[in-house]
Design a protein around this ligand. Structure first.
Ligand code: UDX
Length: 437
């Protein structure tokens, strides 16, 4: 099948590469000239495990190409995926400018029947909007259909998530159109739900908001555990064995970041308001998430008698492991709080240092965890990279000035750390509770 993918962000690049890998002819387009030049040189604009190899293989086999000429790419294709960004406006509402632009370009290039598939995360009703824009702007009386096919991939495991999805959701105006998209996904052999466009659009937001709710819920439980002498890891395990609950997304920590949960929760609150519903539950989920890092940092500040003249090591900068994405990363709040309190920050991340430098050019960046820890009074674990889990803790202790470890992702065993002479604090982990992970 001839496919055009508009937008070369995480969703667009991964979707385009996977469809090419399945044997389709795919043209990925973006109006960012530099990005397309990079991709044509074989350089990756984002870090995603396995993506570079997959792109190289399909470009070489001539199934995948990159261009800035959207009209040309659309006119060659039978299926057009819209994978552009939908950034939040000041009030939390999704900004649909790029989706609208894409729809207008598709309208101008409409030369034969096409299925236009919306993969961008968009509020309920956007399918209708795209349809109206194409109807108003098309130059020829050519038929088309608009489908919603939300994307559930996670950064860092995007290719795997796309190849082995829990479900594929296809929201189409009728069965015949749905079958065209179903055919595209058939080689993946994973469960597919065929539904209407509005429900598909809602499934995406409801899923992300529910996962965000799980995280804020367990973080609230963790905050109680700390006071009650209970261990949130044990609580999470005990809850997770109940198959109605499940253990996934019940890791207590500094809260959720990234390009989706914070933005999508706010957008759903806004959509609810538009339909006259006050989504109080989700508002609290957002509030708990915003407070979580502050509560943690207040405890550290108390322990150190303030941050003035203190040196604080920050291990992990990206919003989660296996990505260099800094969007809504908790490390940004952590660094800001230390600096505002008069402290100095020494940071390390395996791949996100360059992206952090734009925002904090003046802090010290170590070449490894030990260098970042050197001379620090306290060390904060912000991102649970695997390489931090197996650090040589004796060596770490020797290079530090103090012995305080604040583990914002619960990667260490409190008892072990105490035995090694650290003053350890996790999230929701009582030092008195029966151990351990
Ligand atoms: C998320 C959704 O999982 C994905 O389906 C959607 O398409 C895009 O948004 P992503 O943002 O890439 O994916 O990362 P994810 O792994 O879901 O983590 C999001 C945030 O939640 C991270 O900051 C992570 O640290 C945090 N998190 C996750 C927790 O704090 N606890 C958990 O148990 C799980």
């Amino acid at each position: 099948m001839n496919i055009c993918v508009i937008g070369t962000g995480y969703v667009g690049l991964v979707t385009g590469s996977v469809f090419a890998d399945l044997g389709n002819e795919v043209i990925c387009v973006d109006n960012n000239v530099e990005k397309i030049a990079m991709l044509n040189r074989g350089d990756m604009p984002i870090y995603e495990p396995g993506l570079e190899e997959m792109i190289a293989r399909n470009v070489e086999d001539q199934r995948l190409s990159f261009t800035t000429d959207t009209e040309e790419a659309v006119s060659h294709s039978d299926i057009v995926f819209i994978c552009v960004g939908t950034p939040p406006k000041e009030n939390g509402e999704s900004d649909l400018t790029y989706v609208e632009q894409a729809a207008k370009t598709i309208a101008r290039a409409l030369n034969r029947y096409k299925v236009v598939v919306n993969k961008s995360t968009v509020p309920v009703g956007t399918g209708e909007l795209v349809r109206d824009i194409i109807l108003t702007n098309r130059r020829r009386d050519v038929d088309f259909d608009v489908v919603s096919n939300p994307e559930f991939l996670r950064e860092g495991s995007a290719i795997n998530d796309t190849l082995y999805p829990d479900r594929i959701v296809i929201g189409a105006p009728n069965q015949a159109v749905a079958m065209k998209i179903l055919e595209l996904y058939a080689p993946l052999e994973h469960p597919m739900l065929i539904t209407d466009v509005a429900s598909a659009e809602m499934i995406k937001y409801a899923s992300n908001a529910f996962l965000a709710t799980k995280i804020s819920f367990i973080n609230s439980i963790a905050n109680i555990c700390e006071q009650a002498g209970a261990d949130v890891i044990q609580v999470m395990k005990g809850m997770g064995y109940d198959h109605r609950i499940g253990a996934a997304f019940l890791q207590a920590g500094l809260g959720y970041g990234g390009s989706c949960f914070p933005k999508d929760s706010l957008a759903l609150i806004h959509t609810a308001e538009r339909f006259g519903y006050d989504f109080q539950l989700l508002k609290q989920v957002v509030a708990v998430n915003e407070q979580q890092t502050m509560l943690f940092m207040n405890r550290l500040k108390e322990k150190l008698n303030g941050f003035q003249d203190k040196v604080i090591g920050v291990l992990g900068l990206a919003f989660k492991p296996n990505t260099d994405d800094m969007r809504e990363a908790k490390s940004l709040d952590v660094i800001r709080i230390v600096i505002q309190g008069g402290g100095t920050v020494k940071a390390y991340d395996p791949i996100a240092i360059e992206n952090t430098r734009h925002q904090f050019p003046d802090i010290f960046y170590g070449r490894n965890a030990y260098e970042a820890a050197e001379g620090t009074d306290a060390l904060i674990i912000v991102t649970e990279w695997n390489e931090f889990k197996q650090l040589n803790l004796e060596r770490l202790k020797k290079v530090m000035r103090g012995n305080v470890i604040f583990d914002g992702r619960n990667i260490y065993d409190p008892i072990r750390l105490q035995r090694l002479g650290f003053d350890y604090t996790g999230i929701g982990r009582s030092p008195h509770a029966f151990n351990s992970k």
